[in-house]
Design a binder for this molecule. Sequence first.
Ligand code: C2E
Ligand code: CA
Ligand code: CA
Ligand code: CA
Length: 277
Amino acid sequence: RCADVAMYQAKSSGRNHYAFYHHSLGKRHRDALELEQALRRAMAEQRLEVHYQPKICLADGRVDSLEALVRWHDPQRGQVPPDLFIPVAENLGLIQQLGAYVLQHVCAQLAQWPAQTRVAVNISAKELSASSFLPMVRQLLQRYGIAPGQLELEITESCLVPEQAEQTLRLLSALRQMGIRIAIDDFGTGYSSLSYLRHLPIDSIKIDRSFIRALPADVSDCQITSAILAMAKALGLQVVAEGIETPQQLEFLLQAGCDLGQGYLFARPQPAAALKL
Ligand code: C2E
Ligand code: CA
Ligand code: CA
Ligand code: CA
C-alpha cells in the first residue's frame, strides 16, 4: 500500500517523487526476500512447530479429533502468523516443502499417540496440484505406520477452480479411496454453490469463523448457518463450526444440530506435549 501511495504521488506531482516510489518498492522487495530467507532457514533447521486444536463433539464435549496448525517463531520477528507466511510460501514455490514438513511432523506425532487419534492437516491448492502429493502422503503413512483413517485433509474451495477441477476431483477420490478423510475448509467464503457439494468426494465441511462470530445476535448469520447445516445434513456430511468463543454461540449451534466445533471456548491450538489424549 505504501508503494501504491507513492506511485500516485509520483504521477500527480512530477518526477521528483520517482525516487521515493522506487525506494519504497525496493524496500518491499527486500523485506519479502528477507522473509523468504528466514522461512527457508526455519524449515531447514526444523524450527517450525505444529500446534494442535481439538475438534469437540458438541453434544457431549468429547474430543473428536485435532487440527494441525503450523507455528513459526522467528528470533527477530517474533511469532509470525500463518496467514502472513503461508501466502509468501505459496508465491515463492515453498509451499510444497512446507506442506511436506507439516505432514511429516504430524505423522511422526500420530505415531506417538493412541491409534484412534485423528489429525486434520490444512492443504493449500498449490500442494494438491503437484503430482508428487499422493505418493508423498502414501509414503509418510507407511513410514510412520499410520492408518489412512487417522488423517484428514482440509482443503478450501479455491482448490476446485475450474481449470484444475477435474484433476483435483480425481486426486480427492483417490485419497478418499485410501481411507483419508476430506473436509472443505472456510466453507461459505468461496464461490461454490451448495448443490455443487453433492458432487465432491468429501466427508465434512467447516463453516467459516466469519459466520459464527456474530451468532446468535445477527439474524442473517443465524439463517446462513442453519441453511448450511440443513443442506449438509441432507447430503450426509458432517459439519464443524470454527471459532466458537461464547456459550451463546455453542447453544445456538447445538440447537441447530451442528456436530462438531472448534474454538477458544473449548481449547486454543497448543503444542502436542500440552494435550492429554
Ligand atoms: P484455518 O484453517 O481456517 O484455521 C483456523 C484459524 O482460526 C487458526 O488460525 C486458529 O488458531 C484460529 N482459531 C481457532 N479457534 C479460534 C477462536 O475461537 N477464535 C479466533 N479468533 N480464532 C480461532 P491460525 O493458526 O493463525 O491459522 C490461520 C490460517 O493459516 C488457517 O486458517 C489456515 O488457512 C492456514 N494454516 C495454518 N496452518 C497451516 C498449514 O500447516 N498448512 C497450510 N497450508 N495452511 C495453514
Ligand atoms: Ca483449517
Ligand atoms: Ca477459517
Ligand atoms: Ca483457511
